[in-house]
Each structure stands twice: as structure tokens, then as C-alpha cells.
Write a protein that binds this ligand. Structure first.
Ligand SMILES: [Zn+2]
Length: 587
């Protein structure tokens, strides 16, 4: 795992330090290069227009700022192509780990720019062109590395003509079409070659030489060398093209107003901030604003009287008070109590989920976020994250509880069910009793939950494996209650079983109720998942071949929440996009 960041200027101390190290690496790798050519990097960064290239420096450095590798990518907006000027790592080997991660970052950038492709020079693997056997082997390994991305030399041109007669080791011009399989026209290549040679190498190439190379382009479309080292089907990074779409995140920005300032009330606003902080360190997420949805979506899942009560009671409250339910209609639910405060118990399952002045507004906005996510999924997104609190999965059709008021994931699932079969996978440490109850009699929404056995874990009264659904819904609710002490490996064995059930159901959409309270040391759980386990969990879930809406539920150890969420998504994205995700910041 590597952190890769983009450096656009040298104004900050850390950037200046990175650029200085980059220059050192260039010096070491390209000893024949003139000092002034190396200084060009700074010139490009300062004054991109002068060179008709927008420059982007990718640096992989560790927490101390030590650079392990870099790439210097140039983008020509006028001709819409990228030229990879340098890619190098501290050890003289670009084809391993760091180099691969950097090259993938470069490809992703090119995809985001909408470029025709990436062009770069690579020394030849033809013994006729490279007489030195040791260098030839290095050249072969590089070309083999790029071939795995589909990038191969352009053939039938005179690009690899030595500048001086008898010159050895002249570079090929390599083309990476970014997996788009769009043929490149000869005339376009002519312009690109002229731009590369004049903008980049005019100090080396006389005009007549440039004309000669440009005129040598005869094919239309241009021809790329056949695969020489890997089979086309082994082109393992083909999937990188999917990475031009980032994971959309919708954050409930009204969550802050719902703050129960009670000692020990672990469902606190800092939870969202601590997740966001980590997400923002990576480049795989993109914030999207929530939209407003009509309350009919909530009413399609929750009892109308409950919604009305929740709205009314909170409207009349003062900022400073909280109503804790304390009388519960155990034997007789015939009539709700008149007194609003007392009535809380009529709609609640426990004594520790208070009503606060802003609970309704915050919970409704969490629903809006989940619905926005669902609408993006319907619109074709493959992975969306509704980062919300208060959570929702304990909220049943007419009960709040377990810090939950409206069941956002169930409301989103119900919305999605209008477009096809939906499955909900609840991986919170606590049973997803809310969705279970809401969809208990339906066969178009499969509810699956993996959780601590109710014999010792909240909500205590539901979550047993014998609860399988009712009527038409029989067989469409599956519970996996697990023991109190559990290894991450045992957990994953059960997760695999759940995934098998989900796959068999063939849902059009998958909603994941993401609880992070299965983590080691979570104050509300007893299990021991680490960040790497969350990555595995994400990876396994990613095997389900449906678009995924992830809705945030529990998770209360704010020291690790963000990291665990990130790792979960990285695992998920790795599978969804079939490419390694390398934008990870070690913390
Ligand atoms: Zn939980």
C-alpha cells in the first residue's frame, strides 16, 4: 500500500522537499542528463503555459516525506494527449510495487482528463537496436511491465531512428490507449509526435529530423505492436478504466444539530468527522450534495402516526431538554397516551434513545442522503456511500430505538425495490431488527444480518436464526447470530455463507448497512476486526455483482472508525473496479 499524492507547485516546505528528492532520483537514474533538463521540472511547475503542457508530478512518499518514487506527467490540452516524461523509483526498478502503483495513478489521471491516451518513450527490446545485453534485459522487463496495461510501442514509423547514424538504444514511442480500444488516426499521431519532439526534445532533435519522423507516419489508424510478453487476456489492469468514476459520498451535514450531550452517549457527531477526515486523505471519494425527497418515502416504510408524533414532539422541545421514554405499553397498545412526553414509550423499544429537539430534522436528512444515494445507483453508479448519523437499522416501522429514528437503509431499499429486487446485508455488530420487521412479509427485499447473538447483544429480543420471514416473505429473512468471542477468520467464514445466500438471490441492487462496531475495542461490541479485516470484508462483499449502496450505521471507536471505513471501501473498490486501489494513506 502506498500513498501517492499530486504536487502542483513547490510553495510548501513538504512539496519543495519532495521535488528536491525527485531531482536527485532523476540524477541517479539518468546520469547522462544535463542539469538544466532536470531543473525543467521546476520550470514546468511554475510556468506550464510556456511549454504548452500542463504538468502533474505524482509523488509516493512516506510519513516523513521520503520519496520512494515519482512520475512526471505532461498533458497537452490542445491535442488532448498525455506524455509521461519520467517515471522512476528510488531503487532502479519501476516494474515492481511502487512503480506499478504510480503508473496506475498516472493512468487514472489520464482517464479523468479524458485524454486520448498516454505516450512515452521506452528503450527498445530489439537486440538489433540495443547492443548491450544488460540494458536489453532491463528494456525487456519495462516493456513487459507496460504491456500488462495494454501499452505497447507504435510500429511502422521511424520514431526509433537514432539521432546520429550508428547510435545505439533509440527509444520506441509507446502508446497506452487506457483500455478504451479507440483507434488512433494517423493525422492525430503526426501532430502528437511533432508536439512531443518540438516541445520536449527540440534541444536534441533538428527540425529536419522531426519532419522526417512525422512524415514516416503512414498507417491510418496507427498500428501498435502485438502483445509480445503477456496474453491479451492477462491484461490485468484493463479494469483501471472503471476507476475514472470515484465513489460518491453523501454526507448528512445536518447531523451536528442532533447531539445528545449525555455522558456515555456514544452516538456522537465526532463519528462522522472522524470518518470524513480519513476519506479525504484518499482520492477515491467524491462528495455529492444530498437532495430533498418527499416524506412519502418515509411514510412508505414507517407508521404515519409515529412520523407525525416524532415531528410534533420534537418541534415543541427546547434545545436543552431530552425526552427519555419511560413507560412502555407491554400488554396493551390499544391507545397512545395523550401526554406527548409519556407517549415516547409507545413508539420506542428501549430507554436510552432520547428524543431531542433536532432529532427529527437530522434523521430526515439522513434519509435524504440515503435516498440520494439510491437515486444515484438507479442512475448507473456502481458504488455509493451515504455517510449519515443518526443511524437507522434499529428503527422498525413504528418504533425508534438503539440511537435510530428512521430506518434510512430500509427506506432506500424500499425506493430501490421499485426498480428491481433488493438485498440488504447488515454487518453492524447489532441485529438489524428494523429492516427485518419492515420487510418481514416481503419476498422482493431479502434481509440478511450478521450480528452478536441476541442472547447477549442488543436488541436482545430479535436476531435469532429461527426468524425467517412470514407468508410470502418466508425464507427472505436470514439471520446469522454469532458468539460473543469470535476471531476475524470465524467472522469471515460466516460472511462467506451470507454472501452465498445473497448471490443466490441475484439482487438488482445491494444495500449494505455498514456498522463498524465489529471492530476491535469498540465500546459496544465484543469482536476484534482490524482495518485489514475490513478490507477483506469489503473485498468479499464486492464479489456480489450488483451496484452497492452503503449506508452508515453503528461504530463508536472514533480512533479507528475512519481508517476502518476507508479500508472497507478500498476492499470493495478493488473488487468492483477490478484494479488495485493505491491511494491509501498510512496513519
Ligand atoms: Zn451497532
Amino acid at each position: 500500500m502506498f500513498r501517492i499524492r499530486k504536487v502542483f507547485d513547490e510553495t510548501s516546505k513538504s512539496n519543495a522537499f519532495a521535488v528536491a528528492q525527485v531531482k536527485e532520483i532523476i540524477k541517479e537514474h539518468f546520469s547522462e542528463l544535463d542539469e538544466s533538463r532536470i531543473e525543467e521540472i521546476s520550470m514546468y511547475l511554475k510556468n506550464p503555459l510556456k511549454y504548452k503542457f500542463k504538468s502533474i508530478l505524482f509523488v509516493s512518499d512516506n510519513v516523513n516525506g521520503k520519496v520512494r518514487g515519482f512520475a512526471f506527467l505532461l498533458y497537452a490540452p490542445d491535442l488532448n494527449f498525455c506524455f509521461l516524461d519520467y517515471i522512476a523509483t528510488e531503487k532502479k526498478e519501476v516494474t515492481q510495487g511502487v512503480g506499478g502503483a504510480i503508473y496506475r495513478a498516472v493512468r487514472r489521471e489520464a482517464l479523468q482528463l479524458g485524454a486520448l491516451g498516454i505516450f512515452f518513450e521506452c528503450l527498445p527490446d530489439d537486440p538489433e537496436l540495443c547492443k548491450n545485453e544488460k540494458i536489453l534485459l532491463q528494456n525487456i522487463s519495462r516493456l513487459k511491465f507496460y504491456e500488462r496495461f495494454g501499452a505497447r510501442p507504435i510500429i511502422n514509423t521511424k520514431y526509433e531512428t537514432p539521432l546520429k547514424e550508428g547510435g545505439d538504444n533509440p527509444p520506441y514511442l509507446v502508446y497506452d490507449g487506457l483500455g478504451k480500444d479507440i483507434p488512433l488516426e494517423g493525422d492525430v499521431l503526426k501532430k502528437i509526435i511533432r508536439a512531443i519532439l518540438t516541445r520536449k526534445y527540440s534541444y536534441l532533435c533538428p527540425e529536419a529530423y522531426i519532419d522526417m519522423v512525422v512524415e514516416s507516419v503512414r498507417d491510418n489508424p496507427i498500428k501498435i505492436r502485438d502483445y509480445k510478453y503477456v496474453k491479451k487476456t492477462e491484461n490485468i489492469y484493463e479494469g483501471d478504466r472503471y476507476l475514472n468514476s470515484k465513489i460518491k459520498v453523501i454526507v448528512n451535514d445536518k447531523h451536528l444539530i442532533h447531539h445528545v450531550k449525555e455522558k456515555g452517549y456514544v452516538e456522537s457527531p465526532v463519528r462522522v468527522a472522524s470518518i470524513l477526515k480519513e476519506l479525504e486523505k484518499t482520492e477515491i471519494f467524491e462528495r455529492v450534495k444530498s437532495e430533498s425527497f418527499s416524506e412519502t418515502h418515509i411514510a412508505a416504510v414507517h407508521n404515519k402516526e409515529y412520523i407525525k408524533y416524532f415531528k410534533k414532539v420534537t418541534e415543541n422541545m427546547s434545545e436543552k431538554t431530552a425526552i427519555y421514554p419511560y413507560v412502555f405499553p407491554v400488554r396493551n397498545r390499544s391507545k397512545p397516551p395523550k401526554e406527548l412526553d409519556v407517549r415516547a414509550g409507545y413508539y420506542c423499544i428501549d430507554t436510552f434513545t432520547p428524543l431531542s429537539k433536532n432529532a427529527f430534522i437530522a434523521a430526515k436528512e439522513a434519509v435524504n442522503c440515503a435516498l440520494t444515494g439510491a437515486s444515484l445507483i438507479v442512475g448507473g453508479e456502481s458504488l455509493v456511500y451515504a455517510l449519515v448519523r443518526p443511524p437507522g437499522h434499529h428503527a422498525e416501522s413504528e418504533y425508534f430505538g438503539g440511537f435510530c429514528y428512521f430506518n434510512s437503509n430500509a427506506i432506500a431499499a424500499n425506493y430501490l425495490s421499485g426498480y428491481g429486487k433488493v438485498a440488504i446485508l447488515d454487518i453492524d455488530y447489532h441485529h438489524g431488527n428494523g429492516q427485518q420487521e419492515i420487510f418481514y412479509k416481503r419476498d422482493d427485499v431479502l434481509t440478511v444480518s450478521i450480528h452478536g447473538d441476541p442472547s447477549f447483544a442488543y436488541p436482545y429480543f430479535s436476531g435469532y436464526s429461527s426468524e425467517k420471514g412470514e407468508g410470502k416473505g418466508l425464507g427472505y429473512n436470514i439471520n446469522f447470530p454469532l458468539k460473543e468471542k469470535l476471531t476475524p477468520e470465524e467472522y469471515k467464514v460466516t460472511l462467506r455463507k451470507a454472501i452465498k445466500k445473497l448471490k443466490d438471490f441475484e439482487p438488482k441492487f445491494l444495500v449494505v448497512a455498514l456498522g463498524l462496531d465489529t471492530a476491535k475495542k469498540d465500546p459496544t461490541g465484543t469482536w476484534e476486526l482490524t482495518s485489514n479485516d475490513f478490507r477483506d470484508v469489503g473485498k468479499l462483499i464486492g464479489e456480489i455483482n450488483s451496484p452497492i449502496l452503503v449506508v452508515q450505521e453503528g461504530g463508536y471507536d472514533t480512533r479507528v472508525l475512519g481508517k476502518n471505513a476507508c479500508y472497507f471501501f478500498i476492499g470493495l473498490a478493488e473488487d468492483k473496479y477490478r484494479g488495485k486501489v493505491s491511494f491509501i494513506v498510512k496513519s
